[in-house]
Design a protein around this ligand. Sequence first.
Ligand SMILES: [Zn+2]
Length: 480
Amino acid sequence: MSIFTLHFIKVELVVFLFLAFCVSEKAGGLFAQSNEISVESSPDFTYKIVIDPGHGGTKQEPMEKYGDKYDIFSGKYLEHFKNGGVYKDRTEMEITLELAKELKSILDLTKTKKGFEKFKKYIQLFSDDNVSWVRFDSVLSRKENYSDLGLREDDDKNEKFRLYDFPDSKNGKMKRGRISRINSEKPYLVVSMHINDQKNLRLDPGPGEKIESGMAVVLAPGYKTFNLLKKISDKKAKENEFEKTPWKKWMIFQDGWSRTENAVADAWIYFNGHWPDKTGTKTDLNRFEGYRQNMVTWVYSDKPGWEEQAILNESGPYCKDHKRFSATGKFWEREKGKGEKMRRENGPEEFGGDNHYAGMELLRYAQYGLRKQLKYEKGLDPGIPPITKPYISTYSIPTYINAISAYLELGDIKRNSDMFLLTRRKKETAISLAVGIYSLFRGLHIKKADMPFIPKGKKLGFEKYEKIEGKNYFKEVSKE
Ligand SMILES: [Zn+2]
């Protein structure tokens, strides 16, 4: 088909849609816009984005029946549903959902040329660049909270919110969790929004340091780092090889264990699904977190029948014996591949790959955008929390999605000024994040300003993922 024919079809389609619109909306004034309808009226680029306000469900008891991480071996859930921060009448799930909806409504402006003109005005707060039309098709990973659903006492309240696949409580048929649903959208970028709770943060500040909460990104390292931790537990590498990497500020989930001991434990959870003991050398058979790569629906799961193999405890990817474990199979090829290296290791922030850059850049846009809109330069200080060090662990979303993961902690639920910004200045926050998203895809020259956090404005380079060994990384994740 020639280019001319293609254009012709496009014009015809646009005219048809326009006429259909005029027939249904008898607004004469619309004709004034008719000269705008031409082949130029299509965006230069269109990108798919998932906005993921985490949580949404509740810590329903008993955990084995209503939790998350469904274990096919025992037929039970392995952990409580993570319900997120709660303080007084505030809940993380409600605040992030409202902010996510606001962000979507701003990104939705880009769906029409007229809407994009308004979006451009927001960009002008940050940059004098003459930007071209980019369309963002965004999807929310959830649209409600469990409390909005009118559920009865014994209903499964977490059905719509689980991270991992699970059986329907009525008929036992497997249903998709949030991770599988995100992957089936094949997005380029997933923006996860969270609020932390200082009391529950185990950042292990160490002597002389204070616990900081507020804005931070959440990261999972790549294979290289987990493999180093595995080598440490096998005594094939020294602890200080890990401790001199930027990953050393690992999250502490097991009190009384050092950061490195926690990191080694997370490495084994990543590899064979089981916690080790404190020394990292022996599997704790009572602490199973599941073979998570097989708890989501995507192209990297092992073939049906893997469960029978796993029970045998033979040498290979399910082996509980550290010495006989080997990272083999489709998922592990992905983990060692180019896409994961770019997404999770090294990169513009020196570690954490493009995930780290995307998250930090959005937080810098939030910092800059809020200060601009709330008149910081005229001497008003809106009290924006600083960006602190990343939270590092074997986190699920950054690991098990084939998209750039900007996983954001946006504030502390106990700090009134943070909550004011995220609720009463929700629109200003969302505008800042939306412009940050534009910048990740297309880049922006940022206006100079005397402020503590300035976005870099450099585009992330999503194109390099579009042809990894001839395949589009973002699209090959799901067969649908
Ligand atoms: Zn959260």
